[in-house]
Design a protein around this ligand. Structure first.
Ligand code: ZN
Length: 124
C-alpha cells in the first residue's frame, strides 16, 4: 500500500477511535489496569424496588447497555490493532493468509483484519 493511502486510513481510524472513545465513556467505565476493557455502567438507580415493572426495565436496559458496550469495545480494539499495524508497516494485510486486503473493503471498514475470502473467520 502506498504511504499516502496508509496516511488516509490512519486519519480515518484515528477519527473513529475518538468517536468510539467518546461513546464508550458515556456508557462504560474504562478498566484502569486494562485499557482495552470497558465495564458497562449500570443504569441510574432511582427506582423504588416495589415496582416490579421498573425493575424489569432496568435489567433490560442493563443488558442492552452491556451488548452495546461489548460491540463498541470490539470495534475500539480492532481500530487500535489497525493503528498498531500501521506503525509496524503491516497495515492492509489479511491476518490469515497475509494477502493484501481489497482497498474498497478497507474504505468501508478501515479496521478490517482479513481479506474478503476470510471475512467470516473468527479471530482472537
Ligand atoms: Zn485472507
Amino acid at each position: 500500500m502506498k504511504k499516502s493511502d496508509t496516511e488516509k486510513f490512519k486519519k480515518l481510524l484515528e477519527e473513529e477511535l475518538v468517536l468510539l472513545e467518546k461513546e464508550l465513556s458515556g456508557l462504560g467505565i474504562k478498566n484502569p489496569t486494562n485499557p482495552s476493557d470497558w465495564t458497562p455502567k449500570m443504569p441510574e438507580e432511582n427506582i423504588s424496588p416495589a415496582d416490579e415493572n421498573e425493575v424489569a426495565d432496568t435489567i433490560d436496559d442493563a443488558q442492552i447497555n452491556n451488548a452495546i458496550v461489548n460491540d463498541l469495545e470490539v470495534r475500539y480494539n480492532n481500530i487500535k490493532k489497525a493503528l498498531q499495524k500501521i506503525e509496524e508497516g503491516n497495515y492492509g494485510k489479511c491476518e490469515i493468509n497475509n494477502h493484501p486486503i481489497d482497498e474498497k473493503r478497507l474504505e468501508a471498514n478501515p479496521s478490517a483484519r482479513t481479506c474478503k475470502e476470510h471475512m467470516n473467520e473468527d479471530l482472537q
